[in-house]
Design a protein around this ligand. Structure first.
Ligand code: 5GP
Ligand code: ZN
Length: 139
């Protein structure tokens, strides 16, 4: 895959062709503020090389993004007083992905923030859980 996609907004932010509020960078990754923050300090960590999603990103870039996301998460706790951090990635439109350049959301969480878990935890059907587990094991 080419290192950049000419139609990708995140590639343009990385290249300095679109404005982006960059907060950290290294050889493999760039972190910038999300334009529609879920909470104060919400940022995105992206690989410099274009890859559309977590299924396509090379292992080396995935590892670099994970490390960069953790560094930024620690920084958000120290600098913003976050009480916790949600790290999030969506793969595919069905999973709410809207920008198809792999990214990790680093969402600082505050004890009184308004975010809600998007599902209601409730005990599942044991047979269905076991069947899904079999499928995941390749059985
Ligand atoms: P996704 O929905 O793919 O998981 O996340 C995409 C994120 O990119 C969203 O949170 C959205 O607010 C953010 N976003 C979309 N366009 C731009 C942009 O032009 N600049 C920045 N900084 N963030 C963007
Ligand atoms: Zn891109």
């Amino acid at each position: 895959m080419a290192d950049r996609d000419p139609d990708c907004i995140f590639c343009k932010i990385i290249a300095g062709e679109l404005p982006g509020t960059i907060v950290a960078e290294d050889d493999h990754t760039v972190a910038f503020m999300d334009i529609s923050p879920a909470t104060r300090g919400h940022a995105l960590v992206v690989p410099r090389r274009h890859a559309p999603d977590v299924g396509a990103v090379p292992d080396e870039d995935l590892a670099a993004c994970a490390a960069a996301a953790r560094r930024l998460a620690v920084r958000a706790k120290d600098a913003l007083g976050a009480d916790g951090i949600t790290l999030m990635n969506s793969w595919g439109a069905a999973a709410w992905q809207t920008v198809f350049h792999f990214h990790v959301h680093v969402i600082p969480r505050y004890a009184d923030d308004p975010l809600k878990l998007p599902w209601k935890p409730a005990p599942g059907d044991e047979a269905e859980i076991a069947a899904a587990a079999d499928a995941l094991r390749g059985g």
